[in-house]
Design a protein around this ligand. Structure first.
Ligand SMILES: Cc1cc2nc3c(=O)[nH]c(=O)nc-3n(C[C@H](O)[C@H](O)[C@H](O)COP(=O)(O)OP(=O)(O)OC[C@H]3O[C@@H](n4cnc5c(N)ncnc54)[C@H](O)[C@@H]3O)c2cc1C
Length: 403
């Protein structure tokens, strides 16, 4: 089976070079524009164009498909830098990256040739859809189903929820029930590669029966849209099953595998958010004075700063470690879950502590920390909640340390 990442580890010098380019892009293009796109909750087109120019839609794709051929550790560092600017930006890349991973690992050669070159440039962008209105953590409870028609095609009916990039994507990797009698249920689920028109709410022609209702209004994580998807008699060929015939009823395992790398992305975003919240806090603490000295000189503020940076570094090491294991082809589900848990909680906690250090100004939209405080909770939920990570970690540990 093909590996989803470059066979060779990325040269550390090349990694540092691209990470420093992304850091510069974040400082110059993302941080100054985030406030505007957050306030208007609009698609950050100029930033997306910049991501395309840097080749960031194809970071891990092999060069033969037009990608940069870099490893997961490099991808994690890139996601961290972008999240330091605004978590919505790596959100635009993450579901696309999961889709590329699915194609590389499970797709047929025909599917790879058809989609990956356009995905590597960002011309075609991907979304990933498991959750439904009645279930998120309990993926085996999904109801959206595909039935086989007499002409060999499939018809999908049902409703999905919380699809990041649901409107702007041209491809959605969708998990559906294909054998409702299967026991356990996950053995009757298939991943379909659903094509649609990017930016169109009511699809017609070949994509008729695929609707994207208006985007959900959210407290944070704005700019990148989260939508429902409604399938009402949407028809597609059996060639659109991920991996062809071999993929029939194997979708659950494929998608769970891809969540492992998705979790590294969310962990990296947690590190970026935690880092930025810390940077803003330590600067403000040296500027603001109370009782005749900078607040950074008060021990209780110092305690917060010390704990904040310790959280950043701990989360960072766990995240890089999970990425490194995956790059080496070693099992990393427990490590990815630990990284996701620690880093998302670090991002959330540091956002709160930084807001406290900013005092009343933290509550003002004039200050960046106000947005970060609204954005950070998403990390606790997406790609599995903290509770779900803890359950996975405990399961892994009980196997590893079984007596
Ligand atoms: C902004 C945003 C973007 C998203 N993007 C996507 C996307 O692109 N694609 C996609 O498929 N999904 C996406 N999601 C959905 C996300 O993955 C789910 O919201 C998440 O998995 C939780 O599912 P739920 O919301 O149904 O909560 P539920 O599963 O209903 O959980 C509710 C609460 O119960 C807890 N809980 C559930 N089961 C247990 C248990 N066994 N033990 C202990 N506690 C438990 C949970 O931790 C949580 O606190 C997105 C969500 C958001 C908010």
């Amino acid at each position: 089976m093909a590996t989803a990442f470059s066979a060779e580890p990325t040269d550390p010098e090349v990694r540092e070079e691209i990470v420093s380019l992304v850091r510069q892009f974040t400082d110059e293009q993302v941080i100054p524009q985030a406030e505007h796109y957050d306030a208007t909750d609009t698609w950050p087109e100029p930033i997306v164009e910049g991501l395309k120019e840097l080749g960031l839609f194809g970071v891990t794709l092999p060069e033969e498909y037009g990608g940069l051929g870099l490893d997961l550790q490099t991808y994690a560092r890139i996601a961290e830098e972008l999240a330091r600017g605004w978590i919505s930006i790596p959100g635009i890349i993450n579901t696309h990256f999961i889709g590329a991973y699915l194609l590389m690992k499970f797709g047929t050669e025909e599917q790879k040739q058809k989609y990956l070159p356009q995905m590597a440039t960002g011309e075609l962008r991907a979304a990933f859809s498991l959750s439904e209105p009645h279930c998120g953590s309990d993926v085996q409870a999904i109801k959206t189903a595909a039935t086989k028609l007499d002409d060999g095609r499939y018809e999908i009916n049902g409703q999905k929820l919380w699809v990041t990039n649901g409107l702007m994507s041209g491809l959605v990797f969708v998990l559906v029930v294909t054998d409702p009698t299967a026991s356990p249920k996950y053995k009757g689920m298939t991943c379909f590669i659903c094509e649609k028109e990017p930016g169109v709410e009511v699809n017609t022609g070949d994509y008729a029966g695929f609707e994207v209702p208006p985007k959900i209004k959210k407290m944070g994580y704005k700019g990148v849209e989260s939508t429902e998807l409604v399938f009402n008699g949407y028809k597609l060929s059996a060639d659109q099953i991920l991996g062809g015939e071999a993929g029939l009823n194997n979708g659950f395992k494929q998608m769970m595998d891809s969540l492992e790398v998705g979790r590294v992305n969310v962990a990296a975003r947690g590190v970026g958010v935690a880092q930025r919240a810390f940077e803003l806090a330590i600067r403000y603490a040296q500027e603001r004075e109370t009782f005749g000295k900078p607040i950074a000189q008060h021990q209780l503020v110092q305690e917060k700063l010390a704990d904040m940076y310790t959280r950043v570094e701990g989360a960072r090491l766990l995240t890089y470690r999970a990425a490194e294991l995956k790059d080496k082809g070693e099992r990393s589900d427990t490590e990815a879950a630990m990284a996701k848990l620690a880093a998302s909680e670090a991002g959330h906690k540091n956002a709160e502590e930084s807001l406290r250090i900013h005092g009343g100004f933290g509550f003002s939209k004039e200050y960046e920390i106000e947005r970060i405080y609204r954005d950070a909770p998403l990390l606790l939920i997406g790609e599995g909640t903290s509770d779900i990570q803890r359950m996975g970690i405990a399961k892994g540990l009980l196997k590893r340390f079984a007596i």
